[in-house]
Design a protein around this ligand. Structure first.
Ligand code: 3HC
Ligand code: NAI
Length: 697
């Protein structure tokens, strides 16, 4: 099908890009545009051309899926298309609505004139994909808008509404009402007035001291985005626009673009872009599955998690009732919520009026009857099956038919919880991460009997709550915590072998993790891991488990909340300070277990931690607990502080090469303290490595 529809309105040709969902400029569309322009050129009845987009965008830019494939560069490439428009002997008017981004905006800037509907989102977002605009964006935008504005847009990638460009040369007109009619009328006017074929390339960049400004911007970009090369490279390309030759600037931009497309950072960011969108798709739950309306919610338990979950609903404008067992706990929970909002207000990030508006959406109660009409209830009581049982039996009695019954359990079996009710099809896991009002991740746990519309509704709800929803099957720890347990096991092994908590944290933080395992455990509470380990000792007595953390817990060093854990903390402060008492504890443990400490390199530390995640991730993928490798990566990027420029553990493994991963694991197994069982590659990992494939194809 021709993706560029060609039509005429009297003496005006209208070319409509039609490549749903966002008119990505793939090879077929590019070909269609060029053909349309030629047709209009050779038709003597045509005086001018209007270029616009069907559906929900003018154009979302280059087709990202074509990157690094021959199609991306196949002629006509985007530069050729833009040159065709620019050199067309008849005026070309871009008619922009909804979205003009990246290559879409570059295309428009190649036209002789541009008109836009108000409210259209205008951006050069390439930097968010780790690249730079590659089809003239860095050369033409500074000629159309003030240099500062151009730099800001290109380096941030953020959209600006079309009406904000008033007073610049980007748009010749903002068309209120029917855009196409306005654009056609504008094209006729241009012809009638003989306004010629103005080209953006002929305009000059106006700035008193552009070099100095760009140097300042470059320094800032390097400091702010130190792990991402693209922002500073955007400025290098803009600087090339100041040279005497437009074409030399264009060539420089193209060279940088081609270099950036190959960077691992760009691959990681593109992976996350598609990963985020893929995560909301569940193969056996079609996109048109009807959803249940969620106009009201309830949360049971107003502790750490319940309070944060309630805030999510209030933030989304959904009234929420909070139920507690005791008045005292209820008062405390509500007071914490208020204190959270007030602290945000104090930082100037919300108004006092908003605090009251949000609080007004949260209603405390002690009576189940008060929550019976809620469309969804999320249970966040103690992590104890008996308590969960009593809550779910009660919910089953009172909740209206069709209400979704969700549990925030982090370790318990969602199927067992569902079986406490007579409506297991309505039960689902919604595993929020702490602090629940801040963290973006929501693991959505599918029980054996969870209904499809419950899944679709919960996935949709995750978007309303501004979370990244990722589906997990039922297993101990679900995806994220099941993997982190293996990572923590390795961290403890390495402590026993000779490393310090500081060295391990420092190494993995240098790799890019937001927080190393020991600082993280101190934050989450060392008692949580202790509780899980004690369970493991009983369930899997044969499993080798480092016992060093138990010693710490036996001393009551639970982390920040007790003022001491793997580090010590000054009262009211969060800074992790090294503690000689911990060094002594570790030294005593090694002596007792006859371990001669050795020096571990940062490289060994990082790869033992990350490959522990990868191996467990492979098992999770093979068991079908995760639907796709990118889901695992989204969990680690949004919930566990994995460095975004590395794309998540599974993509990182792909980039290292699975063959190399497996070899390295064999080295770890053979090391002096090697745990061969731990480093046995998951069958899927071994298979893919042998086939020379990756988790992501
Ligand atoms: N290429 C290919 N597919 C794209 C795309 C693109 N540029 N932009 C969006 N899509 C796809 C998405 O993957 C998604 O596909 P799916 O339905 O199969 O999951 C679908 O379009 C809808 O996307 P969203 O869910 O994001 O829809 P929204 O309506 O919320 O947002 C949007 C639309 C604002 C266009 C948003 O998708 C977006 O920001 N896209 C990225 C735009 C971008 O980065 N463009 C620059 C591309 S690079 C470039 O142009 C290089 C050039 O300089 C040479
Ligand atoms: P918490 O101890 O802070 O809060 C639990 C609250 O539930 C308390 O306020 C308690 O009074 C209330 N409660 C207990 N029994 C109740 C009952 N029968 N009816 C009504 N209220 C009752 O616990 P937290 O940390 O908020 O955990 C709650 C759930 O969330 C647990 O299942 C936990 O595993 C899970 N979770 C916890 C995370 C965390 O980081 N704390 C992260 C993700 C999940």
């Amino acid at each position: 099908m021709n993706q560029a529809q060609y039509a005429t309105q009297g003496d005006i040709a209208v070319i409509t890009m039609d490549n749903p969902p966002v008119n990505g400029l793939g090879h077929a569309l590019r070909t269609g545009i060029v053909e349309g322009v030629r047709r209009a050129q050779y038709d003597p009845a045509i005086k001018a051309i209007v270029l616009t987009g069907a559906g929900k965008a003018f154009s979302g830019g280059a087709d990202i899926r074509e990157f690094n494939t021959p199609k991306a560069l196949a002629e006509p490439n985007l530069l050729t298309v833009i040159r065709t428009l620019e050199q067309c002997a008849k005026p070309v008017v871009a008619a922009i609505h909804s979205v003009a981004m990246g290559g879409g905006l570059e295309l428009a800037m190649g036209c002789h004139f541009r008109v836009a509907a108000p409210g259209a989102q205008i951006a050069l977002p390439e930097v968010k994909l780790g690249i730079i605009p590659g089809a003239g964006g860095t050369q033409r935008l500074p000629r159309l808008v003030p240099l500062e504005m151009a730099v800001n847009m290109i380096v941030s990638g953020n959209p600006v509404k079309s009406e904000k460009f008033k007073g610049t040369r980007l748009f010749d007109e903002i068309v209120e009402g029917d855009l196409l009619a306005g654009a056609v009328a504008f094209a006729r006017k241009v012809v009638a007035e003989g306004r010629g074929l103005p080209k953006v390339r002929d305009l000059a960049i106006e700035h008193d001291d552009a070099e100095a400004f760009l140097q300042f911007a470059r320094n800032t970009a390097k400091t702010v985005a130190k792990n991402f090369p693209a922002p500073a490279r955007c400025i290098d390309a803009i600087a090339a626009a100041l040279g005497p030759s437009f074409d030399a600037g264009l060539a420089r931009e193209r060279a940088i673009f081609l270099e950036m497309v190959q960077t691992p950072e760009s691959r990681a960011l593109r992976h996350a872009f598609f990963g985020e969108r893929a995560a909301s798709k569940i193969p056996d739950v079609p996109e048109d599955t009807p959803t249940r309306p969620i106009a009201s919610a309830a949360v049971v338990g107003a502790g750490t998690m319940g309070g944060g979950i309630a805030m999510n609903f209030a933030n989304a404008g959904i009234p929420v009732k909070v139920l507690e067992a005791k008045q005292e706990a209820l008062d405390k929970g509500l007071a914490t919520i208020r204190a959270n909002y007030e602290s945000t207000a104090k930082k100037g990030r919300m108004s006092a009026e908003d605090v009251e508006k949000r609080m007004a959406l949260i209603t405390p109660t002690l009576r189940y009857e008060d929550i019976a009409q809620a469309d969804i209830v999320i249970e966040a009581v103690f992590e104890d099956m008996a308590v969960k049982e009593s809550v779910f039996r009660r919910l089953d009695q009172v909740m209206k038919p069709g209400a979704i019954l969700a549990t925030n359990t982090s370790t318990l079996d969602v199927n067992r919880i569902a079986a406490f009710t007579g409506r297991p099809q309505d039960v689902i896991g919604t595993h929020f991460f702490s602090p629940a009002n801040v963290m973006k991740l929501l693991e959505i746990v599918r029980g054996e009997k969870t209904a499809k519309d419950v899944l679709a509704t919960t996935m949709q709800l995750s978007k309303k709550l501004r979370k990244t929803g990722v589906l997990s099957g039922v297993c101990d720890g679900f995806i994220g915590n099941r993997m982190i347990e293996q990572y923590l096991r390795q961290a403890l092994y390495m402590l026993e072998e000779g490393a310090t908590p500081q060295q391990i944290d420092r190494a993995i933080e240098k790799f890019g993790f937001a927080m190393g395992p020991f600082r993280m455990s101190d934050l989450a509470g060392n008692d949580v891991g202790w509780y899980i380990r004690k369970r493991r000792y009983v369930e899997h007595p044969d499993l080798k488990y480092p016992r060093i953390a138990d010693r710490l817990c036996e001393q009551g060093r639970f982390g920040q909340k007790t003022g001491a854990g793997w580090y010590r903390y000054l009262p009211g402060k969060r800074e992790a300070l090294p503690d000689p008492a911990v060094d002594e504890l570790i030294a005593a443990y090694r002596k007792e277990s006859g371990v001669a400490p050795r020096k571990l390199s940062d490289d060994e530390i990082v790869h033992r931690l990350v490959f522990a995640l990868v191996n467990e991730g492979a098992r999770i993928l093979e068991e079908g607990i995760a639907l796709r490798a990118s889901d695992i990566d989204m969990i680690y990027l949004t919930g566990y502080g994995f460095p975004p420029w590395r794309g998540g553990p599974m993509l990182y493994a792909d980039m290292v090469g699975l063959y190399n991963v497996v070899n390295r694991m064999a080295d770890f197994a053979a090391g002096s303290h090697g745990d061969a069982a731990f480093w046995q590659p998951a069958p899927l990992l071994a298979k893919l490595a042998a086939e020379g494939k990756g988790f992501n194809g």
